[in-house]
Design a protein around this ligand. Structure first.
Ligand code: FAD
Length: 415
């Protein structure tokens, strides 16, 4: 039986533990926190084959610079003297090309579609009921400019074989007739889904512990030893572990962990916020993205989770209330029936998206070692891509044939 240590208990680490444990491995998950509030809990819960364009796309830099001067803007690079941010930004700029976007589309589509079907399998297992709904996501727009961009994207999506439909404002309203909608039009990505991520994370943790996976909370990895191309010891403040294979799934903290093994895997935290809103009438059942405002809207039972903003820069836990206000002000512009009050600071969740410079995840073996794998850098799509990442990492460890090619996601691409 193979002994595997997974560093990080977010959706990526836990999905990996799930498939490894099914394959018969002896799995230990080490997490520095209590695994009740990492980035995998408060996100928007969207499963997004629609996101075949990585964050590093032409136009993002100009948009980012314009938005830097707006305190309520949804995308922001926090000016900093950080060397890591500078180096990351340089790589991001080099990646934000049309060629990169074209190259990334099919690999991202294949990852997402497989992940979505794995979520559907998981939802049928005993002990799982995490509100998975396969009724798509509505990209809602108000301005002609955003509409043109969305319709252009829709053509690309159709060329990739995705199930997408352009809707008039009336057709979009008819999907949820009890909820007022004020938009110019919408694109309905029927290929997308949504779920309640905090419920999924709790059920996955309970399932894994019942299946014999050891989960060690409050146990931060601080040192990694290696000898002759092999990881030998994993040290935390109190313990030392050995394993046949080690998986680094540390989310936005991954660069610090990979650095312990002498690797350069660039990831920049992209802070985002979310909060819950009671909607007992349950008028909404399809998740939506408010395109101009970059706000996510996800129904979760008799509540709605609103989310947004991307603040790129070295990690800090400060809640920027101006940006939360930007989210609040956008909502009634699209849904006149919904006007949430400004939440208290303590009720606002924040998390750090693990953003790679080219917008693609890292999934694979680290070439420098015989027994080290990296699963991270999923940025805005980590929840969506959890199961497929876990399955692929498991296939690499067990030596099975890979379900899909992973060349685009090489962990060594910035060495
Ligand atoms: C507002 C917002 C909305 C989002 N919406 C969506 C969405 O709709 N769909 C989607 O697909 N994605 C979404 N995302 C992104 C998604 O949440 C992330 O990509 C995903 O949660 C990352 O998972 P992870 O397992 O890599 O990292 P995390 O969930 O952050 O887990 C990493 C874990 O590693 C642990 N760790 C770190 N360092 C160490 C160490 N040294 N030793 C031990 N443990 C360590 C941490 O404690 C943490 O628990 C959203 C993100 C935000 C912020």
């Amino acid at each position: 039986m193979q002994r595997v240590i997974i560093i990080g208990g977010g959706i990526i680490g836990l999905s990996t533990a799930y498939y490894l444990s099914k394959a018969g491995a002896e799995v230990t998950v080490l997490d520095k926190g209590m695994m009740d509030d990492n980035c995998s809990f408060g996100n928007a819960g969207m499963i997004v084959p629609s996101h075949f364009v990585p964050l590093a796309a032409p136009g993002m830099i100009e948009q980012g610079i314009r938005w830097m001067f707006d305190s309520k803007s949804p995308f922001y690079v926090r000016p900093s003297l950080s060397r890591d941010l500078f180096l990351w930004g340089y790589k991001f700029m080099k990646s934000a090309t049309k060629a990169n976007v074209t190259r990334a589309a099919e690999p991202l589509r294949d990852l997402s579609l497989l992940s979505r079907s794995l979520y559907n399998e998981l939802a049928k297992e005993n002990g799982f009921d995490f509100g998975l709904k396969n009724n798509g996501i509505l990209m809602l727009y108000k301005t002609q400019k955003a509409g043109e961009e969305e319709i252009h994207q829709d053509e690309k999506a159709k060329a990739l074989g995705l199930d997408v439909e352009v809707l008039s404002a009336g057709q979009a309203s008819a999907l949820q007739p009890q909820l007022k909608l004020d938009v110019t039009g919408a694109v309905h990505y029927r290929c997308d889904s949504h779920l309640a991520p905090h419920v999924l994370m709790q059920q996955l943790t309970a399932y894994l512990e019942a299946a014999g996976v050891k989960i060690s909370r409050g146990n931060e990895v601080i040192k990694i030893d290696h000898e002759q191309g092999k990881i030998t010891n994993i040290h935390t403040h109190t313990d030392t572990f050995q394993a046949d294979e080690v998986v680094i799934a540390g989310g936005a903290w991954s660069p610090a962990i990979t650095k312990l093994a002498g690797l350069n895997v660039p990831v920049m935290p992209g802070k985002g916020y979310s909060f819950m809103y009671n909607e007992p009438l349950e008028r909404m059942h399809i998740a939506a993205l408010l395109m101009e405002a970059r706000v996510s809207v996800t129904p979760m039972a008799n509540q709605i989770r609103f989310g947004g903003t991307m603040e790129l820069g070295p990690m800090n836990n400060k809640v920027n209330m101006n940006r939360v206000r930007g989210i609040i002000e956008a909502i009634p512009k699209y849904f006149p029936d919904l006007s949430p009050a400004m939440p208290e600071e303590g009720k606002i969740w924040h998390g750090f998206r693990p953003c790679s410079p080219d917008g693609l995840p890292y999934i694979g073996r680290a070439g420098k070692y015989k027994n080290l794998l990296v699963a991270g850098g999923h940025g805005m799509m980590g929840l969506s891509l959890g199961p497929v990442t876990g399955k692929l990492i498991t296939e690499l460890i067990t030596g099975e044939k890979l379900s899909i090619p992973i060349d685009a996601f090489s962990t060594d691409r910035y060495l």
